[in-house]
Design a protein around this ligand. Structure first.
Ligand code: FAD
Ligand code: DHB
Length: 394
């Protein structure tokens, strides 16, 4: 089999890239290990930057998002029993925070891809990359453990296979530098059936640990609680979860957390990670395959969307005018913005989480940071512009 761009992974990065290429008349094939059902049911991100929403609209997959998404003009920081609103819309010249679940974005993208004849090979096994430094790199896989081996011969390969996929390790170790920071924090996420407790997201810093109030629909809410990343869900009965959430979200201003049946629970650990460069020969990494941020800044999916816009532009220039220099600068262009998102995500994470290693001095600094952010317009503007997403640099 032959294609122009072979894409590994049908997450946000891979699907968006494939659709962007289709719109420019460039062929691609996506190879994905999971089934369509599994992809469409995995609960992950919720917050989309304005630029990501604009992109989804521009490529014609924004219809359901516009009907079912929630468009917030701000969010709240809760500390010392008080909520402080960051009026993002006003501070950023009219941008919105959009809450629309990642798996809904994926459903919309998969459906758009399949309707326009896109090829997605779901449930591929033993996916591997070959001949990356030649003119004809290959993706090899099989469907079913006794299925035949299949090769896709490509002009380029896009490694959109997330943090654990095979693309990044296919770059020789001597040709990449990996920067990493681990955190002693995890998030226990729950989905509940209940009306929303607040009109906007609440990020709470509390002596007992971080908590986050988010939403999915008028009937379904998403809540997160800082836990030990090695903790076991079995230790977290519904009662214990509610007790912790109530304690961390208690205010003197009348906020009431509305409870409801918990129908999904999971624990995720967090890290900061960057691979530099994000390319090798004819392989280009995009999204979580190249970089990870802790979820506190709500940046991961949005960074994936930014990468693939740069990459699609590079492929378009290559095929339309035989220009290779933009593709050669892909990594450099993306990493400038990636590092700023790494900075912001780490900043939000360390400011809001309880750290056992923190001295009383560190704790007072966290509070001073929060007080500064919520009382200085300059600081609020900086927070807001990072939260809605820094401009894309092409
Ligand atoms: P992935 O979504 O990981 O997709 C990679 C795909 O590659 C997967 O479908 C996988 O099955 C496939 N794959 C893996 N290995 C192979 C292989 N060998 N062969 C073929 N395919 C393979 N981001 C935000 O922007 N906003 C948020 O609010 C936000 N909140 C988050 C909350 C939580 C709790 C978590 C965990 C993450 C959150 N994120 C958020 C981050 C976001 O979910 C990720 O950054 C995003 O999914 C990255 O997309 P991706 O396409 O790069 O990778
Ligand atoms: C959600 C996830 C985040 O990482 C975040 O910062 C805000 C909201 C969510 O899943 O709704």
């Amino acid at each position: 089999m032959r294609t122009q761009v072979g894409i590994i992974g049908a997450g946000p990065a891979g699907l968006l890239l494939s659709h962007l290429l289709y719109l420019q008349g460039i062929e691609s094939v996506i190879v994905e290990t999971r089934s369509r059902e599994e992809i469409e049911e995995t609960i992950r991100a919720g917050v989309l930057e304005q630029g990501t929403v604009d992109l989804l609209n521009a490529i014609g997959v924004g219809e359901r998002l516009n009907k079912e998404g929630h468009f917030h003009e701000g969010f709240e920081l809760l500390f010392q029993r008080k909520r402080h609103r960051i009026h993002v819309h006003e501070l950023t010249g009219g941008k919105y925070i959009t809450v629309y679940a990642q798996h809904e974005v994926l459903k919309d993208l998969i459906s758009a891809r399949l309707q326009t004849g896109g090829q997605i090979r779901f449930q591929a096994e033993q996916v591997s990359l070959h001949d990356l430094d030649s003119e004809r790199p290959k993706i090899r896989f099989r469907q079913g453990s006794d299925g035949e081996w299949q090769d896709i011969v490509c002009d380029f390969i896009a490694g959109c296979d997330g943090f654990h996929g095979p693309s990044r390790p296919s770059i020789p170790a001597a040709r990449r530098t990996e920067y990493q920071k681990l955190y002693p924090f995890g998030w226990l996420g729950i989905l509940i059936q209940a009306p929303s407790s607040a009109p906007e997201l609440i990020y709470a810093r509390h002596e007992r640990g971080f908590a986050l109030v988010s939403t999915r629909s008028p009937e379904i809410q998403r809540l997160y609680l800082q836990v030990d990343p090695r903790d076991d869900l079995a230790n977290w009965s519904d009662d214990r979860i509610w007790t912790e959430l109530h304690a961390r979200l208690e205010t003197d201003d009348g906020f009431q957390l509305i409870e409801g049946p918990i129908f999904q629970k999971n624990i995720v650990s967090m890290r900061s990670f960057v691979c530099d460069p994000m390319q090798y020969g004819r392989l280009f990494l995009a999204g979580d395959a190249a970089h990870i941020v802790p979820p506190t800044g709500a940046k991961g999916l949005n960074l994936a969307a930014a990468d693939v816009q740069v990459l699609a532009r590079g492929f378009s220039l290559y095929y339309r005018s035989n220009q290779r220099d933009y593709l050669d600068r892909y990594s450099e262009i993306c990493l400038r913005r990636v590092w700023k998102a790494e900075r912001f995500s780490r900043f939000m994470t360390t400011m809001l989480h309880r750290d056992e290693q923190h001295s009383p001095f560190d704790q007072r600094l966290q509070l001073a940071e929060l007080e500064y952010l919520t009382s200085s317009r300059a600081a609020s503007v900086s927070l807001a512009e990072n939260y809605v997403g820094l401009p894309l640099e092409f």
